[in-house]
Design a protein around this ligand. Structure first.
Ligand SMILES: [Zn+2]
Length: 269
C-alpha cells in the first residue's frame, strides 16, 4: 500500500511535468473508484496546473478553477507518459496535457480516489492531525494527546487524528529505533520516550522519501522505477531473523489487526 513517503515521492516525481502546463482533457474509464468520480473534475479542462501539494496521503492538483484530490488507495500509481501510448487494463484516469503528455492513473484494486474541491477543502481532509515532518508534530504535542490513553502506542501513532501518514511499516521501524515496545500503553510513555519516538518517526519517513519510497509490489515511482527503502528495514517483515542490535529473534504479533514486528529485548514495555 502506498504510504506517506510513496505519495510524497509521487508528488515530487510528477510535479515538474505538470506545474505550469495546461490541462487539455480528462478521461475516466470507470465511473467509480472507492467513491464515484465527480463530473465537476471536468472543470479542470482548459486550466493550468498551478501547484501539486500533499495533505496526509492525498495529492492536490491545484488550478484556478479548483483542485483534483487524488488518493492512491491500496494499489494506485501515477505516471507521466506520452499521450499516444495506449492505456492498459487498469489505467482508469487520464489527465491529458496540451503539450502531448498524459498523467495516467493506474489502480488494479480500485480503492483509490479522484475527488473535486473548489477551495482546497474537502470532508476527506478534515479532522486530520498534523503532518509528521512539520514542527507542529513534536514531543510536547503528542505527549499531551496521549495523557491517560490506554491504547497501544503503535496504534496511537497510526491514528490519523493524532498524526497523519505514519503507516504500518514506519510505525514498526520507528518504535524499534526508539527502543519502545509496540504494545506499551500510549499514556505510559515518558517524556524522553516521546522525544526519541518523534525524532525516529521523522527520520524514518525522511529517509524513505529520500530513497524513493519503500519497494512494495504495487508501487512504482512516477518514472516507473521502484523505490529502494526496503533494504533499510530493520524489523518489518523480519519475523525469526536476528535483531540488528542484539541478534535475538524478531517477533511478530497483531495489534489492531496489523502485523507488528519487534525485539522483546531491545524494546521496553
Ligand atoms: Zn534486539
Amino acid at each position: 500500500m502506498p504510504e506517506l513517503p510513496e505519495v510524497e515521492v509521487s508528488r515530487m516525481g510528477i510535479s515538474p511535468h505538470l506545474i505550469g502546463e495546461k490541462i487539455a482533457k480528462l478521461t475516466f474509464r470507470t465511473p467509480k473508484l472507492r467513491w464515484d468520480i465527480p463530473v465537476e473534475l471536468k472543470k479542470l479542462e482548459g486550466q493550468v496546473v498551478r501547484n501539486i501539494t500533499r495533505r496526509a496521503k492525498y495529492l492536490l492538483i491545484e488550478t484556478d478553477a479548483g483542485s483534483a484530490i487524488v488518493h492512491l488507495g491500496m494499489s494506485g500509481s501515477l505516471r507521466v507518459l506520452d499521450a499516444e501510448i495506449a492505456p492498459g487494463k487498469h489505467d482508469h484516469v487520464d489527465l491529458k496535457l496540451a503539450n502531448g503528455k498524459v498523467l495516467r492513473y493506474n489502480d488494479p484494486r480500485r480503492f483509490g480516489a479522484w475527488l473535486w474541491s473548489e477551495d482546497g477543502h474537502h470532508s476527506v481532509l478534515e479532522n486530520a492531525g498534523p503532518e509528521p515532518l512539520t514542527d507542529e508534530f513534536n514531543a510536547e504535542y503528542i505527549a499531551a494527546k496521549a495523557i491517560n490513553k490506554k491504547v497501544a502506542v503503535k496504534q496511537f501513532i497510526m491514528d490519523n487524528k493524532v498524526v497523519v501518514g505514519v503507516g504500518n511499516i514506519y510505525a514498526n521501524e520507528s518504535l524499534f529505533s526508539a527502543g519502545i515496545h509496540p504494545t506499551k500503553a500510549a499514556g505510559q510513555l515518558t517524556e524522553r520516550q516521546w522525544q526519541l519516538l518523534v525524532v525516529e518517526i521523522k527520520q524514518v519517513l525522511d529517509t524513505a522519501i529520500k530513497q524513493g519510497g519503500t519497494t512494495l509490489k504495487d508501487f512504482a515511482q512516477a518514472d516507473g522505477k521502484p523505490g529502494y527503502f526496503a533494504q533499510e528495514l530493520q524489523v518489518y517483515g523480519k519475523k525469526g531473523e536476528p535483531c540488528p542490535q542484539c541478534a535475538g529473534p524478531i517477533e511478530e504479533l497483531k495489534i489492531g489487526q496489523r502485523n507488528t514486528f519487534f525485539c522483546n529485548q531491545c524494546q521496553k514495555k
